[in-house]
Design a protein around this ligand. Sequence first.
Ligand code: PLP
Length: 361
Amino acid sequence: MAISLDDLPIRDDLRGRSPYGAPTDKVPVALNVNENTHPIPEDVARDIVESVAKAVLEVNRYPDREFTELRESLARYLGHGIEAAGVWAANGSNEVIQQILQAFGGPGRTILGFPPTYSMHTIIASGTGTEWVSGQRDANFEISPATVVREIERADPDIVILCGPNNPTGTPLELATIEAAYNAARGIVLVDEAYAEFMPADKPTALTLLEGRPRLLVSRTMSKAFAFAGARVGYLAADPAVIDALRLVRLPYHLSSLTQAAAVAALRHAPEMLAMVDDIKGQRDRIVHVLTELGYEPYETWSNFVLFGGVDDPHAVFEQLLERGIIVRDLSIPGHLRVSAGTEAETGAFLDALRDIRLGA
Ligand SMILES: *Cc1c(COP(=O)(O)O)cnc(C)c1O
């Protein structure tokens, strides 16, 4: 007889847990995991392939364990006076976050987060044995400085994790809230800025707060704006001492030489790689506009997706869209669905299908 997970001597604190669950079915219009739906430009692809080809000739050797060239490239890309010594990278920002929890969380320690937020934050907490504590948000999923301070004083966490703009709601995160969190917390304050490039261009990010705040960490990813989700590259900006802490928990040579070569090549073409961001923001704003016309209630969003309420039966609408070859995200928030901004054609297909469904066509 086949045995199940429950029959295995798994850690007690992992019993009954669910793995990360975004469906991976191939659907013609995939607007469910906030990927950049635009392929990377062909000349950039060619440069990446050439760089990887060179690296392949040396894969008999371990890669640069300190991925120095990649950290220098990332520091240059980030600007704000950030230096390579204060930059770290891993196989996706999920791995960066896991390393942070390994170093600063773990058994007997707590992390305070603010649901609804990125589901991987709780999954990484459980994987590292860090106790998750849920903070309360204000109306419209916002977090005011007063609210963040109240929740930190209530929970006294070892780590505070804030997601700005927040996934799955798109909610902006004000710098005042981050500063208040930093001043109230005795431990690490991690800001997950996976969607920073989709913010209004004139709005400051948490990077501007790093100077003089050694417990503040800002994680980023090449998965979204950079159209690089399949390559698995995420990174962190923080005080160089924080980077030293991560060296204690990382596996040696965790970033392959192929990943390093591909990421360095992509960063050489940062403006081209980011050329689609404005287009995606335009599609996002178009979604907000049409959803409002259709009588739905989209939230303010600074990311490449839109959460909208006013959906009587989210599961039924999800299934009706799927029948039409379009997948969005049902996050089990009552009355809500989330959709990523696609290309102009994908966004049009989604909006047309939703209009048909809404009008009962
Ligand atoms: C997509 C996403 C990530 C990125 O994860 P990677 O491991 O870098 O692909 C991180 N944080 C949030 C909030 C996200 O939505």
